[in-house]
Design a protein around this ligand. Structure first.
Ligand code: FAD
Ligand code: SF4
Ligand code: SF4
Length: 464
């Protein structure tokens, strides 16, 4: 008999008043008893609509059946058949628009907490299974992966499992991409990402950090070094700015830079002397997940007041509902229907205020959302010492502008064959945000997987 409770088993969390001043994980994870209870809410639907919402087709009813029976090892094996980063996806997948959005339990109540259970199983495996990995037999053929984000790491792992000698070239000093430099510790502990990187290294993947490809080595150099195929998983790390006056003042950051200083350069640890403004009053411009991460991180750095400035209404905010809810609980102020028009500074060149104008919603635009229109004469000023721009990112052009034959569309996204993910140059494949523009971890992983299968086919045919 399934558990008929219409609500998800609540996730234990740190108290908002405490967690707003620390970087420890907000969600504390289910106990085994909670996990079993939640998994028992699954109706084991024959057609499993939830699976259609998962970009990598995790066999959800099967893994939930195992959890409900207390068979955690079997549950883990079921998940990793299709998803190599369950501890990450269970934490950061936007489940409410993916797997859980299709769950039939969601029709008359809350869907099954698929993400929470995936996290539980992955954490159980980390605690009980160790980091063993059998090194596969090598086939003597070399593949290079550029970029160590979820797309690159997944592609590298799949190719290494097939016997290829894989080298990952990463520009930063740590592998993980946005998982390391963007998503904050309080949502995704970095140790989880590093365990995953170590698992790949144990499979035989070589990770070379501090390699800004396109500067240190070109793609042509890589082929000359004996690599027979290249995967580009370079992400979308080039931040956009609004183009308003005052963006050059001291104290104006892109969200990427602000979060990188906190996460990768460890400003969140007291023992690190990371160069970063320790702001008192902060305005974050934007309404997506990146804006929520920047706002909540600013609070944890010690800011007294943090405002999110967004030009549309809350219903139009692209951020996950859960992130907005958490940000509100922690005291972030939402200044909606407000658009920044200028940053002002003092004689010392530091930010003193953000000038905004109030907006109202007009007719729908091309995206179907009602277009925000400025209300003349409604300007107002927010006294702040830091402004963080979180209005979007695009792919960095470095690789394609230093390599012949790799083409991109007008947004800078690499053009690939939809089926094979080969770019416009033979032997060079691409996937993840570098192709789609800023998207999600699980979509990037799905493309890394598909590209690995294509590269394998290409190299087998090349030799035949
Ligand atoms: P990335 O993760 O960007 O990795 C690309 C890697 O390539 C980086 O390590 C970069 O340093 C490296 N690189 C770039 N250029 C070069 C070069 N020339 N040479 C060598 N290396 C290079 N998604 C979710 O699903 N859930 C979330 O909660 C979520 N939160 C997010 C929060 C933030 C702050 C941000 C910025 C993004 C978030 N995303 C989230 C989006 C998600 O992280 C990305 O869609 C995903 O990481 C894309 O993976 P990727 O491998 O394509 O690229
Ligand atoms: Fe859901 Fe993401 Fe897990 Fe797929 S990988 S089942 S979308 S949490
Ligand atoms: Fe279980 Fe929901 Fe999937 Fe049905 S749709 S199998 S109830 S998780």
């Amino acid at each position: 008999m399934p558990n008929l409770n219409p609500k998800k088993t609540p996730m234990p969390e740190q108290d908002p008043a405490v967690r707003r001043r620390n970087f420890s994980e907000v969600a504390l994870g289910y106990t085994e008893e909670m996990a079993v209870q939640e998994a028992q809410r699954c109706l084991q639907c024959k057609n499993a609509p939830c699976m259609n919402g998962c970009p990598v087709n995790v066999h959800i009813p099967a893994f939930l059946r195992h959890v409900a029976a207390g068979e955690m090892e079997e549950a883990y094996q079921t998940i990793v058949e299709t998803n190599s980063l369950p501890a990450v996806c269970g934490r950061v997948c936007p489940q409410e628009t993916q797997c859980e959005s299709k769950c039939v339990r969601g029709i008359k109540g809350e869907p099954v907490g698929i993400g929470r259970l995936e996290r539980y199983v992955a954490d159980w495996a980390m605690a009980h299974r160790g980091e063993t990995a059998a090194r596969p037999q090598r086939n003597g053929r070399k593949v290079a992966v550029i970029g160590a984000g979820p797309a690159g790491l997944t592609c590298a792992g799949d190719l290494a499992a097939l016997g290829y000698e894989v080298t990952v070239f990463e520009a930063l000093h740590a592998a993980g991409g946005v998982l390391m430099y963007g998503i904050p510790e309080f949502r995704l502990p970095k140790e989880i990402v590093q365990k995953e990187v170590r698992r790949l290294e144990a499979l035989g993947v070589e990770v070379k950090t501090d390699m800004v490809m396109g500067k240190v080595l070109s793609v042509d150099d890589v082929f000359e070094m004996g690599y027979e195929a290249v995967f580009l998983g370079t992400g979308a790390g080039l931040p956009s700015f609004m183009g308003i006056p005052g963006e050059g003042l001291v104290g104006v950051y892109s969200a990427n830079e602000f979060l990188t200083r906190i996460n990768l350069m460890k400003a969140y640890l007291d023992e690190y002397d990371t160069p970063i403004v320790r702001p008192k009053r902060v305005a974050v411009c934007g309404g997506g997940n990146v804006a929520m991460d920047a706002a909540r991180s600013a609070l944890r750095l010690g800011a007294e007041e943090v405002s999110v400035v967004y030009r549309r209404a809350e219903e139009q905010m692209p951020a996950r509902k859960e992130e907005i809810h958490h940000a509100k609980e922690e005291g972030v102020v939402f200044r909606l229907l407000s658009n920044p028009v200028a940053v002002h500074g003092g004689e010392d060149g530091r930010v003193t205020s953000l000038e905004c104008i109030r907006m109202e919603l007009g007719e729908p635009d091309a995206s179907g959302r009602r277009r925000p229109v400025a209300i003349p004469g409604s300007e107002f000023s927010l006294p702040v010492d830091c402004v963080i721009m979180a209005i979007g990112n695009s792919p960095n052009p470095l690789i394609r502008t230093t390599t012949t034959g790799i083409e991109a569309d007008r947004h800078g996204c690499l053009i690939v064959n939809e089926e094979t993910l080969q770019t416009t140059r033979e032997g060079v494949y691409a996937g993840g945000d570098a192709v789609t523009g800023a998207a999600t971890v699980i979509l990037a992983m799905g493309e890394g997987k598909r590209a690995a299968a294509s590269i394998d086919r290409y190299l087998r045919e090349k030799r035949a």
